[in-house]
Ligand binder design. Structure first.
Ligand code: NAP
Length: 542
């Protein structure tokens, strides 16, 4: 089959890409490994899974009727509610007819003689298309567990990113959780309510902030809906894809009391970024950052009653905000329960999983269930999981062997007509993903329309533009504290992965303007080649 575009992934990026292109008259096929839409929200069904961006922001803005009619029930939506929203969107825009579920893409090859991509899936079908679009998510491939003997465990083992759809009842069980990132921190307080014993295996403590989740009132939803257009426009030119707060001062421009009062106000909002954006130097000045980090550590010490446990939970290994903070409901409080214990893997390293449980350098523990919340091969994992070969058969894996290289996080030199939605080199995971997804999808759709109008068959980023962009991405990151941390932003959580800061930290608004400028300047930094007869343009497929 021949399509104008093949899109990989039916999460929020792939769904909007399909809708936008179809409306423009392009023929599109979406290939999705899961059995339904929703991407990350389809797979991450662990108890307690919620978005850490507020519901009224974490939703599409492209259709005024959609954003007016959908009713979010809580400040932070649960995974089931977000999945219902994804399904509602799929129904409302009749998306399913162009999505092939339970289909994993194995390889994609650019054929220069025909200027087409040949996409092969795990069913052995080969699809041909002009444009190949990876909308495969930034946190969609779990990293290898990498713990010796992990398959030897005779009890039940779970991974937060691939949770049984029917759910799990841990009542009366001895449960272990490995990892203390966002997934673990969300799920543990719920599991602790069921389990007879919960043992937390922590290697690096995270900074976690209270979500203060609650039901949304009718009034606040109505108030937001009344100004949704202006609110979304502010998000499009903000730092993180949600409207900015005032950041006029540095942390030492105010007195100690004023600084702590600002952090306290930010703590009380129950949002991910408010402490980080209390002052304008927290991500660039270690001393300034220390004030925020110590504020959060003092909160941990005030919540956790056992001072030794509190100290083990206090993050001291990286600056605040340089690994993504977590938002929780009752996480630190959970450690005050007598049946919850904390194992510090920095003191007693994990040796292996055993048939009965987990062995550390000091103790062997027995469990009924182990939950692995060990994270993802972020940002590049899903892209290179497909064997992508560009012009001349160049494998993308080889091109990216020292770290990802893209122009604007959208295109890759040597890989004509390939687009990556929220790819490395774009703000993506540092922002509200919905804002980033819509901006990328709109840019790609407009670029494809431009090519059709002009009769261009092929677009490719130039090596020169790509190199300049990669240097800029690195330069901006190097001016911050981000590279100090062993984060998944740096690829540091996956053994052997090149240590490169992958997202663009120059601010979403500035990035958005740069993308618009490039397009407005006849796609500066791109080369067009080949020709498509205008008569061959597809008729509207509505
Ligand atoms: P993560 O942040 O990468 O956390 C993984 C945890 O597992 C870390 O504590 C890590 O310790 C530990 N770990 C990994 N391998 C280990 C090993 N071999 N032995 C012992 N410990 C090990 O992964 P995540 O919690 O799934 O979250 C990833 C990202 O997904 C988040 O940052 C967030 O962006 C997104 N997410 C969002 C939400 C939300 O919206 N609410 C929820 C879940 C996830 P080290 O730090 O020492 O490596």
């Amino acid at each position: 089959m021949k399509y104008d575009a093949v899109v990989v992934g039916a999460g929020f990026a792939g769904m909007y890409m399909l809708h936008r292109l179809r409306k423009l008259g392009f023929s599109v096929r979406v290939l999705e490994a899961g059995g339904g839409v929703g991407g990350t929200w389809y797979w991450n069904r662990y108890p307690g899974a919620r978005c850490d961006v507020q519901s009224l922001d974490y939703s599409y803005s492209f259709d005024e009727d959609l954003q007016q009619e959908w009713e979010w029930s809580e400040k932070y939506a649960t995974q089931p509610e977000i999945l219902r929203y994804a399904n509602h969107v799929a129904d409302r825009f009749d998306l399913r007819r162009d999505i092939q579920f339970d289909t994993r893409v194995e390889s994609a090859r650019f054929v220069q003689s025909t200027n087409t991509w040949q996409i092969e899936n795990d069913g052995g079908d080969v699809l041909s298309c002009q444009f190949y679009i990876m909308a495969s998510g930034c946190l969609s491939v779990p990293k290898a567990i990498g713990i010796p003997n992990h398959e030897a465990f005779k009890g039940s083992a779970y991974h937060t990113a691939n949770w049984p759809p029917e759910g799990v009842d841990f009542t009366g069980q001895r449960v272990a959780v490995i990892g203390t990132g966002s997934s673990a921190i969300q799920t543990m307080p719920i599991v602790a309510k069921q389990a007879a014993e919960l043992t937390v295996f922590q290697r690096t403590p995270a900074f976690s902030l209270p979500a203060f989740n609650r039901a949304l009132s009718t009034e606040e939803v109505a108030d937001r809906k009344a100004v949704y257009t202006e609110h979304r426009e502010k998000a499009r030119y903000s730092l993180f894809g949600i409207p900015d707060t005032d950041m006029a001062h540095g942390a030492f421009d105010v007195s100690d009391e004023e600084r702590d009062a600002a952090y306290e106000r930010a703590w009380q909002t129950g949002t991910l970024n408010d402490i980080l954006t209390s002052f304008n130097d927290l991500l660039v000045n270690q001393q300034a950052n220390d004030t925020a980090a110590e504020f959060v550590r003092n909160k941990i010490r005030s919540i956790v009653k056992n001072p030794d446990t509190a100290e083990i939970l206090c993050p001291k290994h990286f600056p605040f905000g340089t690994k993504r903070a977590c938002l929780d409901t009752g996480y630190y409080e959970m450690f005050n329960a007598p049946h919850v214990r904390l194992v510090d893997l920095r003191q007693t390293p994990l040796v292996s999983v055993t048939a009965a449980g987990i062995k550390t350098s000091s103790t062997e523990y027995d469990f009924d269930s182990i939950i692995f919340a060990t994270g993802f091969d972020a940002m590049t994992g899903a892209i290179v999981s497909v064997d992508i070969r560009g012009a001349g058969g160049l494998p993308l894996k080889d091109k990216w062997s020292a770290g990802p290289r893209t122009y604007l996080g959208l295109c890759i030199a040597g890989f004509p007509n390939l687009f990556t939605v929220t790819g490395p080199g774009s703000p993506s995971v540092l922002t509200n993903m919905m804002t980033s997804i819509e901006q990328h999808v709109d840019w790609i759709a407009e670029c494809m329309t431009f090519m059709r109008d002009e009769g261009h068959a092929v677009i490719e980023a130039s090596e020169q533009a790509e190199t300049a962009w990669v240097e800029h991405v690195n330069e901006v990151a190097d001016a911050t504290l981000f590279p100090v941390a062993n984060s998944w932003y740096m690829g540091a959580n996956v053994p052997g992965k090149p240590r490169v800061f992958m997202p663009y930290i120059g601010g979403f608004g500035a990035y958005h303007e740069k993308c618009d400028e490039v397009a407005g300047n006849t796609y500066d930094g791109f080369q067009f080649s080949g020709a498509v007869a205008k008569a061959e343009q597809p008729a509207s497929a509505g």
